[in-house]
Design a protein around this ligand. Structure first.
Ligand SMILES: Nc1nc2c(ncn2[C@@H]2O[C@H](COP(=O)(O)OP(=O)(O)O)[C@@H](O)[C@H]2O)c(=O)[nH]1
Ligand SMILES: [Mg+2]
Length: 211
């Protein structure tokens, strides 16, 4: 079971248990950076917070940029994951190519009741495949807001299949931040894929917010 513990947002908090406090003598440690992309208000922050601390917060402020840290033991491996939460602005903002170039894996999110958010997700997936090597982990998640006022699903399975094939998505998940459905799965899978096929060791840049 992949249980994220302990955690902290890297910003605005000064202390956490360090990896070395937790790492068994013979364990290998890894640092993976996962970027969460998608249109504004499709539930990116709710998904991340559900995963990181188990809470569902409907009072989220619009995100500018936040980084969360999760330390996990997977088998004999100690995995530190930095999850970058993004705003959901237009791809043309220029920040996105920087995010895309620096991350080791991607979760692209859309809201299944909002077709425009799916269109944005498709553009983001295309941009990831344009800028990055072909097998960088890329997971598509459809967040189901069916508990809210607008329950009609407007994104069809066929178009999801077509886009997943087009952009060589490793996996897709139906999720619900509200109902706590599949919130760990995308992050766990990316960590597993990166353990099997680690990212290059030397990175020139840091994600904004990292120390
Ligand atoms: N019904 C429902 N509403 C959600 C869910 N996830 C997010 N929301 C709502 O959508 C709002 C925006 O979510 P947020 O995570 O801030 O979107 P972001 O801009 O993509 O980070 C939240 O305040 C919630 O009210 C969900 O799984 N179900
Ligand atoms: Mg947000």
């Amino acid at each position: 079971m992949f249980k994220p513990k302990p955690h902290r947002a890297l910003k605005n908090q000064s202390s956490s248990t360090s990896v070395s406090d937790l790492t068994p003598f013979n364990a290998t440690s890894h640092l993976f950076r996962i970027c969460v992309l998608g249109a504004r208000s499709c539930g990116k922050t709710c998904l991340i917070e559900r995963f990181v601390d188990g809470l569902y917060n409907t009072e989220t402020e619009p995100t500018i940029e936040d980084t969360y840290e999760v330390i996990t033991k997977m088998g004999n491996e100690m995995v530190t994951t930095h999850i970058l939460d993004t705003a959901g602005e237009e791809l043309s903002s220029g920040m996105y190519s920087s995010y895309i170039k620096k991350a080791d894996g991607f979760v692209v999110c859309y809201k299944v009741q909002d077709h425009q958010s799916f269109t944005v997700a498709c553009k983001m997936m295309a941009e990831i495949r344009r800028l990055r090597y072909e097998d960088v982990p890329l997971i598509l998640v459809g967040n189901d807001f069916s508990g809210s006022d607008n329950p009609t699903v407007v994104v069809t399975k066929q178009e999801v299949n077509d886009q997943c094939n087009l952009h060589q998505i490793q996996q897709r998940y139906s999720i619900s931040a509200e109902n706590h459905t599949n919130v760990s799965a995308p992050f766990v899978l990316i960590a597993q894929l990166l353990l099997k096929n680690p990212p290059p060791k030397k990175r020139k840049d840091k994600i904004p917010g990292e120390e």
